[in-house]
Design a protein around this ligand. Structure first.
Ligand code: NAI
Length: 691
């Protein structure tokens, strides 16, 4: 651990007692400033931590050591960023500005210290942590697997606000700096070195020596090359800013996600003047952080934390080592590959050898893309074994069934599998529509079956529904959630009822979109209305992407339970073999995995209630799910829907949207839709409980 650096050193005579920081000066006269946030698992920069840092720096300024090295005493993280808990209290601009300016004063003090200053980075160094390191003259990173550097603020609806915008650009130049801040991506140590973000990436054991060398040698601080600096000049900035805006616009709209645009504006206007850029940065972040988008994205961050916490079992620490997947189709193959990618050993069984051959090929492609290094790819392939006879069942800690969607076939299979299972092995099904109770009835011990409902594509979709049948034991469900976390997915517990949560809520919205098609509203107009609302993809493109056969199947299942009809357009496409993206034609024609979107015809006027018709069916179904306790509370519902469907994150989820728009107001809009278009819009009985 890097924090051991100065354990042998004498604690500096200190007038003030610090809770989170500790100064120790070694026999070379170097002050080591240790950060170990009191009572917290991770180092974050909260108001009190920043204030104390100010005090520590004051003392260092007085003591004048030969150099200063900032280290973390927490293994695996340097500083993960600002304390996001405090963001929720920054709902007005003045309070936000006050906190940000406090941080600016302290970071400026660090930057102004006369002696060489070094950030010795081992572990996660994100957001405010990276900004703090940029206020040091040098940065040295441990070249290991758990060190990452980045400025992910845009993901929370803000941009760097502790001086990072100006200092990053000064250190690595505008093109690379703006790219890091606009994408929010984090980089590994070697990449950070080639970008100029750190001066050195060295093996962990050499960190302290490298830090000392920096202090003694005092090389000139990093600077971008002259031609990169030139791109920060007044004539160059508007041109580059234009390109950046275009790139951002392809991913996010200014009215939904203002932060990246605010960052570009800030740089374009003040990029040539560091002092001005710093003060305007503070103003800009104060505005953003107290706005609706940032507050909702912070809410989504906490919803995600809530889901993660569900994956912690009472006997925390149980590790699943071996997974056996039965069914090497679209889902089984991807689930198995994902588990192996996450470090588990995997056997995958299918009755068809050619299915196994296809999966091995697909898995190799996934590993090559994700792992890049041949050594790692080979190791992952070694963990992934095709298993025609199903011998892996007897060794498995988790068995996941993902064969055809047939209750009989699955029941037959469970009869064969159950006697072979280890006593405490988890038994899971990936069924998307068969009630768990029907499947569990074939088992001697029905309480051991749980649903692990993954979404397609598994490597992209973070959510897994943990389906609780009437018989599923609470312990089994909790362990299934823990397994889900172990493979880096987000568990949401749901009741076994048709469509569970995600498909149930999504389907009325998709069917309404197909109904609009039937009324001759062009697909592109429908999709545009949804993306303007904030959906990541329009419903027609989504239906084509999921596969129209799968949509039709889910729709039949849900209409059988809840009424309504499957639109003739959908059935006709499936009958004609036009299944969407996978067949090259569906509602759209597909080329190179992209839909060919014709220009919208202007023949029909766009219905004024187009967006409401889709979104309010979505929201109405969410209310019904809550009433039926498909999930236990509104927060879990919002979390499940955001991570399972991509529902406009900046709106904070359907129930949060409903609350912010006003329950009575939305209900009235639904009633008027019901008057015009029929009873599918009738507000669910659950609305009464909300008012
Ligand atoms: P698929 O048709 O692509 O693959 C099924 C595989 O199971 C085939 O390779 C088949 O040879 C194999 N198989 C069938 N019976 C078997 C048996 N007795 N023993 C061993 N192998 C057997 O199916 P897909 O789409 O992967 O679906 C699998 C399950 O996942 C279904 O329950 C489905 O409802 C569910 N699901 C599907 C989603 C999707 O988007 N396709 C999404 C979420 C869940």
């Amino acid at each position: 651990m890097s924090g051991a650096a100065a354990d042998t050193a004498d604690a500096a005579p200190s007038a003030t007692t610090l809770t989170h920081w500790r100064i120790a000066t070694d026999d070379e006269g170097i002050a080591w400033l240790h950060f170990d946030k009191h009572g917290a698992a991770q180092n974050t920069l909260s108001r009190d931590v920043i204030a104390e840092l100010g005090t520590a720096l004051e003392q260092i300024g007085r003591d004048r050591p030969a150099g200063l090295v900032i280290v973390s005493d927490k293994p695996g993280n340097f500083i993960v960023g600002a304390d996001i808990n405090e963001f929720t209290t920054l709902t007005d601009q003045a309070t936000a500005l006050d906190l940000i300016q406090q941080a600016h004063r302290v970071f400026n003090r660090l930057a102004d210290l006369p002696m060489p200053t070094v950030a010795m980075i081992d572990g996660y160094c994100l957001g405010g942590g990276t900004e703090l390191s940029l206020a040091c003259r040098y940065r040295i990173a441990a070249d290991n697997d758990h060190t990452r550097l980045g400025l992910p603020e845009v993901m929370l609806g803000i941009h760097p606000g502790f001086g990072g915008t100006a200092r990053l650009i000064e250190t690595i130049g505008a093109p690379a700096g703006m790219d890091l801040m606009l994408t929010g991506r984090s980089v590994r140590p070697r990449q950070a070195r080639s970008l100029g973000l750190v001066d050195m990436a060295v093996p962990e054991r050499h960190l302290q020596r490298a830090a000392r060398r920096m202090v003694h040698k005092k090389p000139a601080p990093r600077q971008p090359q002259w031609w990169i600096k030139a791109l920060n000049s007044a004539p160059a900035r508007p041109l580059l800013a234009h390109v950046m805006r275009k790139k951002v616009a392809a991913r996010a709209r200014r009215e939904h996600y203002p932060a990246p645009y605010a960052l570009i504006d800030l740089w374009q206007q003040h990029g040539g003047d560091k002092v001005r850029m710093l003060s305007e940065e503070a103003q800009s972040v104060a505005r953003l952080i107290s706005g609706g988008t940032a507050q909702n994205l912070v809410r989504v961050f906490f919803l995600q934390e809530k889901l993660k916490a569900l994956g912690k079992t009472a006997e925390d620490g149980e590790k699943f080592a071996h997974v056996h997947v039965i069914g090497a189709g679209v889902m089984g193959g991807d689930i198995a590959a994902w588990c192996a990618l996450q470090g588990l050993s995997v056997t995958i069984q299918d009755q068809a050898p050619e299915a196994l051959a296809r999966v091995v090929k697909r898995t190799h492609q996934l590993f090559s893309k994700r792992l890049r290094e041949p050594r790692k790819i080979t190791a992952a392939m070694d963990r992934f074994q095709p298993d025609l006879r199903g011998d892996g069942v007897r060794r498995a800690d988790v068995v996941i069934e993902a064969i055809f969607e047939s209750a009989e076939a699955k029941q037959q299979l469970f009869k064969v599998v159950e006697p072979q299972l280890k006593p405490d092995a988890l038994l899971a099904t990936n069924t998307s529509s068969i009630p768990l109770e029907d499947l569990a009835s074939s088992l001697n011990d029905p309480s051991r079956l749980v649903g692990l409902h993954f979404f397609n594509p598994v490597a992209k979709m973070q959510l897994v529904e943990i389906v609780n049948g009437a018989d599923t034991s609470a312990d089994v469900a909790a362990r299934a959630a823990a397994f889900t976390r172990q493979i880096s997915r987000l568990p949401v517990p749901v009741k076994s009822a048709p469509g569970f949560l995600v498909n149930r809520i999504l389907m009325p919205y998709l069917l309404e979109a197909v109904e609009l098609l039937h009324e001759n509203v062009p697909a592109i107009v429908i999709d545009k209305a949804a993306t303007e609302f904030g959906m990541p993809m329009g419903p027609i493109e989504l239906a084509d992407t999921v596969g129209l056969d799968i949509c039709a199947h889910v729709a039949e299942n849900l209409t059988a339970s809840f009424g309504g009809t499957v639109p003739a357009e959908l059935k006709a496409k499936v009958d004609a073999g036009k299944l969407g993206k996978k067949t090259g034609a569906g509602f759209y024609q597909w080329k190179n995995n992209k839909p060919e979107k014709p220009k919208a015809e202007n023949a029909n006027p766009v219905p004024a209630d187009l967006t409401d018709r889709m979104v309010l069916r979505f929201v109405n179904e969410a209310v019904a799910c809550l009433r039926e306790e498909i999930v236990s509370d509104a927060e879990l519902l919002d979390a499940g829907v955001i991570f399972g469907t991509g529902f406009a994150p900046f709106r904070g989820g359907p129930m949060h949207y409903l609350n912010s728009e006003g329950t009575a107001h939305l209900r009235t809009r639904l009633e008027s839709l019901a008057d015009r278009h029929g009873e599918r819009f009738t507000p669910d009985a659950g609305w009464q409980e909300l008012e």
